[in-house]
Design a protein around this ligand. Structure first.
Ligand SMILES: [Zn+2]
Length: 352
């Protein structure tokens, strides 16, 4: 099928022709070069291989209707020629088109259009901050009524992982994933997008961890390798839980806390209630036995926080010396941090 000329981006006084999706665009080389960190010739070489594959033997002038430069998509042209009012409209939360900006980031990155890449990443970050998530109680902005789809989140995660300029977007993407995974939403998407990507090892591990906490058989369509990752991670978590159960963390100082005092025995009772099954403290029973991160967090609240649901836990912890409670909170915080760091080792990603 013959390519047709773009109604918006075929300028008669342009000097370079691109073809994307069977549409020809004739634009100004100087306008493109202005936004690129590379020289135009380096970004879009003007010579091509001849029929024998010899590079540069045939000096074809590329960039004409006959020999256009091929692009996958021409999203970049829109950003290069947009007038200020178009840009203002495109950046309004209700009208940000994530697909358009994702394509823009990819092309801008490929051809080193640094300023466009940064601008598009900023638009995607704003979009992600405002779009409602498919979880109860998530932020809802009336102007962005459509919920975030798994497909868009997958693409945003990929873009955030590969762009060196995307730290703010990466941070928001990971925060959204944390909320989604805690509700068991898009678990398999998280696993698929994070496999084989070293930047996403933590997401990969968190997704498998969340899958274990959800319980039930969520492994339909799982490959043998994925099942193995789940099983070996499950076993490693079980061993860690058993170690925790058998060895309550110690933090009572011999100077401040009498070894024979009740402070220590109250701590042991509290720890057994926290880690064991059939706890006498109802809120502890709401955690999956292997949800060590959740348990370590609630235990910190029980030692020093102010949470009405933990009234029964306070009954035990308030009998401890205050300085021991303070040291205990620090120790549990550190245990939680170390447990998080261990997860990628438990659920080994093929790319990590
Ligand atoms: Zn003590």
């Amino acid at each position: 099928m013959a390519a047709t000329r773009d109604s918006d981006y075929y300028f008669d006084d342009g000097n370079t022709v691109f073809e994307a999706e069977s549409t020809l665009s004739k634009v100004h080389r100087s306008v493109m070069a202005r936004s690129s960190g590379l020289s135009f010739e380096k970004t879009f070489p003007l010579r091509r291989r001849d029929s024998q594959g010899n590079r540069g033997e045939v000096p074809v002038i590329r960039g004409s209707d006959q020999f256009p430069i091929h692009l996958k998509k021409n999203t970049t042209l829109w950003s290069l020629y947009a007038i200020p009012s178009d840009i203002v409209d495109a950046m309004k939360l209700e009208s940000i088109d994530p697909v358009k900006f994702i394509n823009l980031v990819r092309i801008a990155k490929k051809y080193s259009f640094a300023s466009i890449e940064i601008w598009a990443l900023k638009a995607l970050t704003s979009y992600l901050c405002s779009v409602p998530l498919p979880v109860p109680g998530s932020q809802f902005e009336p102007q962005a009524a459509k919920e975030l789809s798994s497909e868009i989140l997958r693409e945003l995660t990929e873009v955030a992982a590969v762009c060196s300029r995307s730290a703010p977007l990466f941070e928001v993407v990971m925060a959204k994933w944390e909320l989604l995974l805690s509700h068991g939403v898009y678990l398999k998407t998280a696993i698929r997008v994070s496999e084989s990507r070293p930047e996403l090892c933590n997401l990969h591990a968190s997704a498998y961890y969340a899958m274990i906490l959800r319980g039930g058989d969520l492994t339909r369509n799982f490959s043998e390798e994925q099942r193995n990752i789940l099983l070996s991670g499950h076993y490693a978590l079980f061993k860690l839980w058993r170690d925790h159960l058998n060895s309550p963390p110690q933090f009572h100082s011999s100077n401040d806390c009498d070894p024979s005092s009740e402070c220590r025995s109250h701590w042991i009772s509290f720890w057994n209630d926290l880690m064991g099954s059939n706890s006498t403290i109802p809120i502890f029973n709401s955690f999956h036995p292997l949800d060590l991160l959740g348990k370590l967090e609630v235990a910190q609240d029980a030692l020093q926080g102010d949470n009405r649901e933990l009234e029964k836990a306070y009954h035990l912890t308030r009998k401890m010396l205050e300085r021991c409670r303070t040291s205990g909170k620090k120790v549990l915080e550190e245990m939680g941090r170390k447990t998080k760091l261990k997860l990628p080792d438990y659920f080994k990603s093929p790319g990590c």
